[in-house]
Design a protein around this ligand. Sequence first.
Ligand SMILES: N[C@@H]1[C@@H](O)[C@H](O)[C@@H](COP(=O)(O)O)O[C@@H]1O
Length: 356
Amino acid sequence: MADHESGAAVAATLMYAEASEAGATIARFLDRNRDTLAMLGARLRALSPAMVVTCARGSSDHAATYAKYMVETLLGVPTVSAAFSTVSLYDAHPAQVDAGASTLCIAISQSGRSPDLLATVERQRASGALVVALVNDETSPLADVADILLPLCAGPEKSVAATKSYIASLAGIAAIVAAWRDDDALRADLAALPALVDIAFALDWSSVTRGLQDATNLFLVSRGYGLAIAQEAALKLKETCGLHGEAFSSAEVRHGPMAIVQAGFSVIAFDTGGVAGEDVRALADTFAERGARVWLASHADASHPAIERLPALAVSPELAPIVMIASFYRMVNALALARGYDPDQPPYLAKVTRTR
Ligand SMILES: N[C@@H]1[C@@H](O)[C@H](O)[C@@H](COP(=O)(O)O)O[C@@H]1O
């Protein structure tokens, strides 16, 4: 493994230490919340919510993207992201939920402290929604306001950039879906996740670290269940590396943005398997043919010869994003240092941001 991926400075950051605990965090989450999840599953099957509303910011909102794809695909329930300003600035009131059409509100937050998130969750609750909170800080106001609390069990997360709490949030969403569907196969796959996340964290993505050292911008592309990690990767590149990354689905990028993907333009493509992965790989081939610099994280066999491959584990498409982002986190910590940034203390950012 290259020095800048394995050297002492790289492993000395809080971000590295916290990201390396992601597998253990998932194991703690599943263990601690087993009974609550079983109770929640039964309650959701009885309630049969007509809609899910997600409340989150930043990395946590990318976990909400994952919730949208998981819930809409595996449960068929429309899942929308709450726009906090409608409540916190414009004082909007969500329509009162009647007994026949319940709403499930899923709030996701490491800190559980942003006022606009709290205002929106409180109003969802007042309108009759069942509020489930995936939150790391159990002393937070969000933990208090929730009907059902699912602690993320990540322990203290001090690096400004969220890592283990994001991975735990993704696993938490998959666990809610498994409980709601009473899906033994998904539960079994979840139980195997901690070990896979540990293995993924050790994979060598150092060709990206070398290739993006002097980059100024790039696209991050995935699709379906994987879109959430393309969004998360783009945020991490901004937060920790001062690098402008923009995330798109491999469908959306074809509707205009790809006009700027020309020779030399950088793209990281996340193939998280299944039919969505096929589309991501086809797009990666198209971009490589144009002369773009394309990294493809994938466990599939073939791709365009110019594509730089990043190792990935064979995991079900539903859970592959949770595993793949662990490999990205290790790489992006090293990239931040290589670019002269401290990934734990990005300029202008705080660990807990309170927006109104
Ligand atoms: N810099 C952090 C982000 O990394 C984090 O994702 C966001 C959401 O935080 P929380 O999950 O605590 O609500 O807050 C801050 O802005």
